[in-house]
Design a protein around this ligand. Structure first.
Ligand code: UD1
Length: 426
């Protein structure tokens, strides 16, 4: 397996281009299943998760062409050859469950494997299933697969009150509702920018949607959707991650395409920690010239709260802060697996259940560490950039799921980082 070697080498300076959002793109791609006309996504990120979704859609009979070095995805689902999403693909990526709502809405039936366990907690899909049931679907669980059928006249509009905020369940229900008969209201819906992006794309395809970005979304079902071209929104998690590089190493970096509105709660925390962020037409510029940042307390919450997907990265930053920080993870259980790895580099972190107390140290020291999940892996790279000596991060396939060209991007701002490829087997 490949590894990444990082040597801490002082301040980082320059521009870094932020890609389209992985999580938005993973929800936008299944929208192709809602229409027999072409859907074109521009500003797509080049990531292994996107390739997995491509494979899944192709296994259902969709055509997916990757153009312009993968930045444009041309999708077409005019002739479906299957309505079964196999375990072999679904187990690789939970977002695969997002094909369920669209297939059910357009063709009235679908069989989708339940996603397996995941390193950051149990992560069930009950909310997705319950919402579809409320829209009239009958569901049966057989051999690890959900067998779903719509009533003879198709799914019908319903009032869905989500008991907790779920990004994926909101996306699945939103897509299904576009073709349901009548009106659907999604209450306690997720408000993430990726939901807003999906609603915009669906609207460009002819859907009637109101209220995206608020916790109540209303969808008036239509008979059919048509093709569209849609640019994927900027990846706010990649943005937040790279904003922390100059904070931890010093220097000044502009994240091209970044906007504060995507990351307000995160920018507020940086401000509290004494970091200056400025917005311009080019993007967000972050600089730290001298001195440690201040300790801050962080609690993860659904949008507009602090994103759980930036918790590992801000923990890496707080390892070097002046004082003691308290972190609370409220979205996922078992999402502090980066803490013991950061401790190998000299960090002082005490974890108790969903709480972590980080006592800032003056310096981190390079060490061999292991990536345990996507965001954990990038937190170790950030720590490595700020540490003395060499850090080798193994299991970097996690990183490839969500960060495109990470080595090239960080080198572009002066980081000493390289990928050590596993020698090909003879
Ligand atoms: C999405 C993001 C992920 C992010 C997460 C929270 C994608 C592809 N992934 O994941 O990067 O960390 O939002 O911002 O967009 N839950 C249930 N039942 C369900 C669904 C969820 O109990 O049916 C629970 C989950 O276990 C979790 C919480 O709800 O505790 C939120 O999960 P959810 O918002 O659904 O996350 P994902 O959509 O899987």
């Amino acid at each position: 397996m490949d590894q990444i070697l990082v040597r801490g080498n002082g301040p980082l300076n320059g521009d870094i281009a932020i890609a389209g959002a992985k999580n938005a793109c993973l929800a936008l791609m299944p929208a192709t299943l809602l229409t027999d006309q072409p859907l074109t996504l521009t500003n797509a990120p080049r990531l292994s998760d996107i390739r997995t979704m491509t494979q899944l859609l192709q296994s259902l009979g969709s055509e997916v062409a990757s153009l312009q070095d993968g930045q444009v995805l041309a999708l077409s689902s005019h002739a479906m050859s299957s309505h079964r999403a196999d375990y072999d693909i679904v187990r690789k990526m939970r977002a695969s469950i997002l094909v369920l709502g669209p297939m059910l809405a357009r063709d009235g039936h679908a069989i989708v494997s339940l996603p397996g366990g995941c390193a950051i907690g149990a992560r069930p899909v009950d909310l997705h299933l319950r919402a579809l049931e409320q829209m009239g679907a009958s569901l049966e669980l057989l051999d690890g697969y959900v067998h779903a059928k719509a009533p003879s006249g198709g799914l019908r509009g319903a009032v869905v009150d989500f008991p907790l905020v779920s990004v994926g369940a909101t996306e699945n229900a939103l897509m299904a509702a576009t073709l349901a008969r009548g009106t659907t209201v999604l209450n306690n819906a997720a408000r993430e920018p990726e939901i807003v992006d999906l609603a915009r794309c669906l609207r460009a395809m002819g859907a009637q949607i109101d209220g995206e970005g608020t916790s109540s979304i209303t969808i008036q079902g239509v008979d059919a959707l048509h093709g569209a071209t849609h640019p994927v929104v900027t990846d706010r998690i990649e943005l937040g991650t790279y904003m922390l590089a100059p904070v931890m190493c010093g220097g000044e970096v502009t994240c091209l395409g970044g906007r504060i509105e995507l990351l307000e709660s995160f920018c507020e925390k940086l401000d509290e920690a004494g970091v200056s962020v400025t917005e311009s037409e080019r993007g967000l510029t972050v600089s730290r010239q001298n001195g440690a940042v201040k300790a801050v307390n962080v609690r993860t919450e659904p949008f507009p709260g602090f994103p759980t997907d930036l918790q590992a990265q801000i923990m890496a930053m707080l390892c070097l802060a002046d004082g003691v920080s308290e972190l609370e993870e409220t979205i996922f259980e078992n999402r502090f697996m980066h803490a013991p790895e950061l401790a190998r580099m000299g960090a002082r972190i005490d974890v108790h259940g969903g709480h972590a107390r980080v006592t800032g140290v003056e310096r981190l020291k390079g060490a061999p560490v292991m990536a345990t999940d996507l965001r954990a892996s990038v937190s170790l790279i950030l720590a490595g950039l700020a540490a003395e000596g060499e850090t080798v991060v193994s299991r970097v396939y996690h990183l490839d799921r969500g960060y495109e060209k990470v080595v090239r991007k960080l080198r572009g701002i002066g980081a000493d980082i390289e990928r050590i490829r596993e020698p090909a087997h003879e």
